[in-house]
Design a protein around this ligand. Structure first.
Ligand SMILES: Cc1cc2nc3c(=O)[nH]c(=O)nc-3n(C[C@H](O)[C@H](O)[C@H](O)COP(=O)(O)OP(=O)(O)OC[C@H]3O[C@@H](n4cnc5c(N)ncnc54)[C@H](O)[C@@H]3O)c2cc1C
Length: 419
């Protein structure tokens, strides 16, 4: 193997794609190594229900600087959300129905209490380490909810409204959510709007195709990397197929839960290793406390051919028979007894070897420790991705901003070496 690339980017999700584009536009010779036979990672469009659907990340917002900049650059707009109809929420073992106002009359004051200190904890959200947050490092979402001293009905409502982003109150730390709410001026509703309402016109694939059209990086699909060795003057990537790829620098843009499958030499610092080894927890408008019912969040997405497309989130992969129409129908009938499921499509992100989970939700402690460590360069190896991003972790915005930052840091270093 004689060819030496300036940079090898491992993982062609949005973080890797943007890093490869930025570096190649800056004149670097780049190779993009992707395990799957497709681009996009946890953004994924596929045929289903007689249409093409987003089965992974899809909601974006004009308040998110990197995604909005990309969309503007490529002349792509966003689809407005549907008008809100009836809300269903499971609390105290009963399904309640009402308007959005009815639901939020209870939910809002609870959310305000839950996130009261968000801006004090993260006064400069672009720098989550700006102040010492050891006080909340070990605090789980469950600890925080327990401290509110609320009734069981209120608890179900609060856990229900959080279930669109949280899969486990016990295993997720409060820090990432406080940071997300602080990013949106201390307002959970504003954060929630960015996380789940506006989608990309033409879908995520349209954006990915537009970014890829700008890159000169050499794309290698179906190339899972099994080891990365930094030898000082170069980095050697070995693939599962026994090939070697050589580069001066590497960006590891992989989902946190898959990094442990790649042998990295020299060893990473302890905090980073610990975060990789522990992985992020996976247990996989309806609001139900995550873990108590098969579906924990669902919303009407669109109407077509007289039917309604409902998007559902399932926090525990094992609790629902996703591959079976009647299993999906039974889960939805917990909320709406007369509902008839005529067709369905799904993707199990937890069962997917190259993601091993959904969006990032940090364990207690990792957002303020391991993630900070992983963002630092380790010799010639840099990490990027929505899972470790300093801004809006767990999102498309986080992936883009982290990929762009890693590319910028490496470009600066390579340019200096050339002087
Ligand atoms: C169901 C779901 C809904 C979501 N909803 C939203 C939403 O509405 N809005 C939003 O902003 N975000 C959402 N997200 C989160 C968002 O999709 C992710 O944060 C973002 O796409 C992560 O991008 P990434 O590039 O960091 O990682 P990924 O997209 O996971 O890309 C990593 C790439 O690495 C590849 N890879 C893995 N192992 C190897 C290996 N050994 N060698 C080579 N390649 C490898 C993978 O195949 C993948 O292509 C959602 C995620 C999911 C799963």
């Amino acid at each position: 193997m004689d060819e030496v690339f300036d940079v090898a980017v491992i993982g062609a999700g949005l973080a890797g794609i943007v890093a490869a584009r930025d570096l190649s536009k800056n004149g670097q010779k780049v190779v993009l190594l992707e395990a799957r036979s497709r681009l996009g990672g946890r953004t994924y469009m596929d045929h289903g229900c007689g249409d093409i659907l987003e089965l992974g990340g899809g909601y974006v917002h004009w308040t998110q600087p990197h995604i909005w900049c990309e969309l503007q650059r490529h002349g792509i707009s966003v689809n407005p959300p549907m008008e809100e109809g009836m809300n269903y929420w499971l609390a105290d073992g009963t399904v309640h129905t009402g308007s959005s106002e009815d639901f939020y009359k209870t939910a809002l004051p609870l959310l305000e209490r839950l996130f009261a200190d968000s801006r004090d904890r993260f006064p400069m959200p672009f720098d989550p380490t700006a102040i010492d947050n050891t006080g909340i490092e070990k605090e789980s979402i469950e600890d925080r909810i327990n401290s509110l001293n609320i009734s069981s009905y209120e608890r179900d409502v609060l856990e229900g409204v959080l279930s669109g982003v949280v899969h486990s109150y016990k295993d997720h730390g409060i820090a990432q959510l406080l940071h997300a709410v602080a990013t949106y001026f201390g307002n959970f509703g504003a954060f929630f709007e960015t996380a789940g309402t506006w989608s990309i016109q033409g879908g995520t694939k349209r954006l990915i195709d537009a970014i890829m059209a700008e890159t000169t990086a050499k794309l290698r699909l179906s190339t899972p990397v099994s080891s990365i060795t930094d030898e000082g003057s170069r980095v050697i990537m070995r693939t599962r197929h026994g090939e070697e790829v050589h580069a001066r620098k590497t960006i590891v843009a992989l989902p946190l839960n898959t990094i442990g499958d790649v042998q990295i030499t020299p060893k990473l610092p302890n905090m980073a290793q610990l975060m990789i080894a522990k992985k992020k927890p996976n247990h996989g408008c309806i609001f139900a406390p995550a873990g108590k019912y098969p579906l924990n969040a669902a919303r009407t997405e669109r109407y077509f051919d007289g039917d309604t497309l409902v998007l559902c989130m399932c926090s525990d992969d094992a609790s629902i028979r996703c591959e079976d129409r009647l299993g999906v129908q039974a889960a939805l009938r917990k909320f709406i007894p007369s509902i008839e499921v005529v067709d369905f499509a799904y993707h199990s992100w937890v069962g997917d070897e190259f993601s091993q989970g959904g969006w990032m939700m940090n364990r207690p402690g990792s957002f303020t420790t391991g993630a900070v460590e992983l963002r630092r360069p380790h010799g010639n190896i840099h990490f990027a991705g929505g899972d470790i991003s300093a801004s809006e972790p767990g999102s498309i915005e986080g992936a883009l901003s982290s990929g762009a930052q890693a590319a910028r840091d490496i470009s600066i270093k390579l340019n200096k070496q050339m002087l």
